[in-house]
Design a protein around this ligand. Sequence first.
Ligand code: SF4
Length: 511
Amino acid sequence: MSAFDTDIDASPEVLPQDIAGGASCHGGETRLRAAAAAAGKADVLAKYARDYPAGPHDQPQSMCPAFGSLRVGLRMRRTATILSGSACCVYGLTFTSHFYGARRTVGYVPFNSETLVTGKLFEDIRDAVHEIADPAQYDAIVVTNLCVPTASGVPLQLLPKEINGVRIIGIDVPGFGIPTHAEAKDVLAGAMLRYARGEAESGPVQAPRNGRAAKPTISLVGEIFPADPVGIGMMLEPMGLAAGQQVPTREWRELYAALDCAAVAAIHPFYTSVYREFEAAGRPIVGSAPVGYEGTAGWIENIGKLCNVGRDGIEAAKNRVLPAIRAALAAAPIRGRITLSGYEGSELLVARLLIESGADVRYVGSACPRTPHSEIDREWLAERGVHVQFRASLEQDLAAFAEFKPDLVVGTTPVVQKAKEMAVPALYFTNLISSRPLMGIAGAGSLAQLINTAIAGKARFDEMKAFFGETGTGESAGVWHDTPRAHPEFRDSYRRKLEKQTKARKAEEMI
Ligand code: SF4
């Protein structure tokens, strides 16, 4: 049992009207959790606590988790998305999803204290779902409860499972139950896979758009660079296998194809509920991914054995790609010390590739949790003396930066910002690193030019730092019409005021 479970206090004193107008991701988490438990969501929260263990602290400093599931839904063809939550949350999520290129509308069912308390919100959601459930347009409708409706117990599980042949998927994605946006992707992908598995078990289902694969396939779990499945297919071919469906999928019928595989590649290891569905369908799962020379060799070996491929086939697959990977790595060496952190779940794979390219990686922080499918990569990195921190906090990432004094920081926005302030070159993990090919031959050497150019930019940072000095830092930050002057007397008087208040409070406590 995690610390999360113990926090679920089904206090009947917390009522929906108490939370309708207040709590958010900036505070009130315990209250929301208690309210949700009291409102009938204790089971959902306990499941999330098992699937997405928290700790060493509760939640990495990251974006609203619901962005993850929203993105998965918005990328799917013939899938409608409806959010139920506070208007400010929906505004932020909609803005972000369109900023990242979503081409679909986000539906919204608004609420107020009255509709929340009386249960009218649920009726409004049900009406909205009925209104848009047009099988000519949609295969599925995804309805997502954000923080406040989850805390109020809006019972999406009571929505019809299907209307006119359109599947209805209701999920709770509260910030106080799902630690990262990565894991929220798993909530929706897992819910869809579960639904599709039920359909496949009870009768014939739609074939994939391009027909069923002629060879046994390996389903690929995780959002990977579009060229990566092609490279993976090339290395599987000598073993008589093919790259299968990617999960999260882009269309409902692809879910059946994903389930119809010989084995599953857990490329991103945090998809706990997705893996549960594959296991329930009897599909074996392999962790790690074909990154670098050793990663690719190990991955081919594991996949081959799992799929009962003969030794000749396994060796043929290795011979097809390993020499070229070795040559690509040697042709593009990386020199320099790097600390790396991110929240995409692929941080350990990137670290492996950097190390095989020659980089001196000291620290890898991931906002995602340790799972059985991250073990291969964690062990590989630990054997090379790399500190791997799961559920890494910003403070831990910054402490690693301070301790290891890297030549380059690869990290999240605040970590990159800190490094640049200190005149250390830095690259954003999400935008610049995780959006490149990483697997097989295409991946080997793909990072070198970017990383080496960034490290070589150190002199420019030093020049800028020397030019600007302390301008715009600390108390002189901001827009000033005159040259800012320090006022130590203000600081002294404020300190005295605080001391007085503390003394007065203590005196009151003693009365
Ligand atoms: S839904 Fe997201 S943005 Fe809104 S309160 Fe919850 S975590 Fe914060």
